[in-house]
Design a protein around this ligand. Structure first.
Ligand SMILES: N[C@@H](CCC(=O)N[C@@H](CS)C(=O)NCC(=O)O)C(=O)O
Length: 218
């Protein structure tokens, strides 16, 4: 399999994590956004919207991170990422979509103006979205009181989508403008102790480091 990704893209990150957790052997190609490599004719032939990630497996091309995770789960059934019973599948899908529709959405709304250099002019908006983001994170933190992973007893797609988000929250919390303007973004360790433990346990899984944004390591 060949996996195309972009550094820091949470969608790429989660799809690559699925490959790693399933212990799939794959080749990866990191596309440089600054060089518009995701808009090259070769890549657009695979992913017509010019978005990462994309997965190529023989004649099969899959784009959209959730579709890639689903594809990998069908291709390599163990460990099952969407549960085994109907109850497990429902629980995991619920957490997954709660991430997409609430916590991930709020985190994206905090992140976008920060990364566009609009911290000061959009400070009120960021503070308001950061409050929602932390409320949502707190509700996920409380889930870890009763089970080790967000979808239950075993690691699942819910954890895979959540992990990049907690890393991105910490990345935002480290920014000098966030502290200077008091934008209300706290680190996971400061605000959500169970999620901090989750982050550590997830980071310690074999191979997970491969999906970390390379430009964060530089
Ligand atoms: N819904 C898509 C979203 C993918 C996406 O938005 N990727 C961003 C990077 S985080 C991208 O490639 N942006 C480049 C562009 O839109 O030009 C998925 O889940 O894979």
């Amino acid at each position: 399999m060949k996996f195309y990704w972009g550094s820091g893209s949470p969608f790429s990150w989660r799809a690559m994590l699925a490959l790693i957790i399933k212990e799939v052997e794959f080749e990866d190609e990191l596309l440089e956004f600054s060089k518009k490599q995701h808009k090259s004719p070769e890549y657009l032939a695979l992913s017509p919207r010019g978005k990462v990630p994309a997965l190529v497996d023989g004649d099969t091309v899959v784009t959209e991170s959730l579709a890639i995770i689903t594809y990998i789960d069908r291709k390599v059934p163990t460990p099952p990422l969407f549960g085994e019973t109907a109850a497990e599948a429902g629980q995991i899908a619920q957490r997954f979509y709660e991430h997409e529709n609430y916590v991930g959405k709020a985190a994206g709304e905090v992140m976008a103006p920060l990364f566009r250099g609009q911290a000061s002019e959009r400070a009120e908006h960021i503070r308001e979205r950061a409050k929602t983001m932390h409320e949502e994170l707190a509700s996920f933190d409380s889930l870890l009181e009763s089970s080790p992973w967000l979808g239950g007893e075993r690691i699942s797609a819910a954890d895979i989508v959540f992990y990049p988000t907690v890393c991105l929250v910490d990345r935002m919390a480290e920014r000098p403008d966030v502290a200077e303007l008091d934008l209300g973004v706290s680190s996971i360790a400061d605000a959500h102790p169970r999620l901090a433990d989750f982050k550590q346990r997830f980071a310690a899984l074999p191979g997970v480091d491969r999906a970390h944004p390379p430009h964060w390591k530089r």
